[in-house]
Write a protein that binds this ligand. Structure first.
Ligand code: HEC
Length: 196
């Protein structure tokens, strides 16, 4: 008796071949697909435009300088990072830099990386020997891309991009630092470890 029951049960579990009315038909329910026509809307497009003035959630309350790295009237670059700098922020910039930038610009930002060596067309430059660019310039390069370098706006949020700028500044400072640049209380530690 038990074996007899198992046969129809196995048949049902294997995927019932009969399409019962209103059952198994969920695959064919009406839905809006990207780039498809949709007569429900006046413009007959399934994909909707956000209402005018819509601001993405991560941009709420942020000003133009912060989002673009550029000053308003003349479009010049923002001079300094528009965020309070903390150790955590610089360290988060380091994490992003090591993931997204170090592959090409080197862990020290000096342009020494295997990828850089193999990039025939144009090698990623050292970031520690650049002219005195304002902070907004670095932010803008990450946001818009620069020549052969792609934009990182889809990988790093505006906060993360500014944190990377902070870390690039730290790298620049570290490459040219003298003992006198270090706070007096931290100097003995460095002297003990030995500086190159
Ligand atoms: C795939 C390799 C690659 C990665 C990854 C990369 N870059 Fe670049 N970057 C380049 C190349 C190549 C150039 C030079 C582009 C050109 O001249 O066309 C460049 C240029 C730049 C410049 C402009 C330098 C100048 O001369 O003005 C900055 C600043 C910069 N990169 C920062 C970054 C930062 C910050 C990151 C991480 C978010 C990053 N790059 C990730 C390859 C890369």
């Amino acid at each position: 008796m038990r074996r007899l029951l198992l046969v129809p049960l196995a048949w049902m579990l294997a995927g019932c071949p009969v399409d019962f009315q209103g059952w198994g038909g969920m695959k064919q329910q009406p839905k809006a697909l990207p780039y498809r026509e949709n007569t429900f809307f006046a413009d007959e497009r399934a994909m909707r435009q956000p209402p005018a003035g819509t601001v993405p959630r991560d941009r709420r309350g942020k000003d133009r300088f912060f989002l673009t790295g550029r000053d308003t009237p003349d479009g010049g670059y923002v001079e300094t990072i528009p965020l309070t700098l903390t150790t955590e922020r610089v360290e988060s910039g380091q994490r992003s830099f090591d993931i997204y930038c170090a592959t090409c610009h080197g862990v020290l930002g000096d342009g020494v990386a295997q990828v850089a060596r193999n990039m025939g067309l144009r090698e990623p430059p050292s970031l520690v020997d650049l002219p005195a660019y304002p902070d907004g310039y670095y932010y803008d390069v990450m946001t818009q891309g620069y020549g052969l370098m792609p934009s990182y706006a889809d990988k790093l949020t505006p906060e993360q991009r500014w944190a990377v700028v902070a870390y690039v500044r730290a790298l620049q400072a570290s490459q040219r630092a003298r003992l006198e640049d270090v706070p007096p209380e931290a100097r003995p530690q460095l002297e003990k470890e030995g500086t190159p």
